[in-house]
Design a protein around this ligand. Structure first.
Ligand code: SAM
Length: 282
């Protein structure tokens, strides 16, 4: 403990798969910290053992963990350096840590990043989709209705959209994307980045849906979904494809309703037809 200064809270990124992506400064910071706050101590022990880091670890979850947060802040104020890591990647990015960082800043405790891997940025950087302006949405809602509502709010955004998605939901989510954005929107999937079964899928949403449906491996592992932003010209039309389709389905058979919707909205007929069948099933 150093009583002359407050400690430093280091937010340390760790690899998202390949341990060789651990940066030397991350190893040094963890080796010199008094304490390592982990999302899951058992999970992080494997990483720490690999780098021969033998430091006390404490589990820290952010939500409902005020007691641990207070203890950590007290130790920082008493001069201990603390490193925060999550199970993988950059802490706080769809991971715990926001509350303790906010509180540390309020108390004038120095907080520094040790930058490294982040799945969202890794996927975006190889997606071939515009990177000048993007929106990171973390995980979409689990329920289809809520997911579609969240997507509808982003439908006109011209930013590239980046989401994390669970493998068992990826097909459903791509189907919802087709319903809301239309099947012709370009997209990209980065799966198991930096790991043995790393794969990348690219194409329009209809093509991605087909590739995922035909290959069950695409419904395994860890996934980042990147979707092109709305085409500014196309978005000048105020027509909502889902609304048009629903209205036409009340009057016409699915194939006719789909082909008219596709014409009105300038979208892919096949994708709209699939959406029409799904709407009829509900
Ligand atoms: N903080 C992490 C980061 O910086 O990337 C993300 C944590 S979040 C709880 C975990 C999600 O990130 C996974 O469900 C997956 O969507 C994505 N992810 C993590 N590692 C990945 C990888 N190697 N390949 C693709 N996606 C990954």
């Amino acid at each position: 403990m150093n009583s002359n200064r407050t400690g430093i809270l280091s937010i340390v990124a760790t690899p998202i798969g390949n341990l060789q992506d651990m940066v030397p400064r991350a190893v040094q910071t963890l080796q010199s910290a008094s304490l390592i706050a982990c999302e899951d101590t058992r999970h992080s022990k494997k990483l720490l053992n690999h780098f021969s880091i033998d430091k006390p670890c404490v589990a820290y979850h952010d939500h409902g963990d005020k007691k641990t947060m207070e203890k950590l802040l007290k130790r920082l104020q008493a001069g201990d350096d603390i490193a925060l890591i999550s199970d993988a990647g950059t802490p706080l990015i769809s991971d715990p840590g926001y509350r303790i960082v906010a509180e540390a800043r309020k108390r004038d405790i120095t907080v520094v990043p040790i930058p490294g891997a982040c799945a969202a940025i890794a996927a975006l950087s190889v997606s071939g989709l515009p990177t000048d302006s993007f929106y990171f949405g973390g995980f979409l809602p689990v329920k289809s209705g809520q997911r579609k509502t969240a997507l509808s709010a982003l439908k006109s955004s011209t930013n590239t959209l980046v989401f994390y998605e669970a493998p068992h939901r990826i097909l459903e989510t791509v189907e919802d994307l087709i319903d809301v954005f239309g099947g012709q929107r370009q997209a990209f999937i980065g799966r198991e980045i930096s790991k043995a079964f790393e794969t990348f899928l690219q194409g329009d949403l209809t093509q991605l849906r087909q590739q995922i449906a035909e290959d069950s491996n695409q419904q395994r592992g860890e996934i980042v979904l990147v979707i092109a932003g709305a085409d500014e010209k196309a978005e000048t039309s105020a027509v909502d494809p889902e609304m048009v389709l629903k209205l036409l389905l009340k009057e016409l058979p699915a194939s006719k309703a789909a082909s008219l919707t596709a014409k009105i909205c300038g979208l892919d007929k096949k994708a709209i037809y699939q959406a029409a069948l799904r709407l009829q099933d509900k």
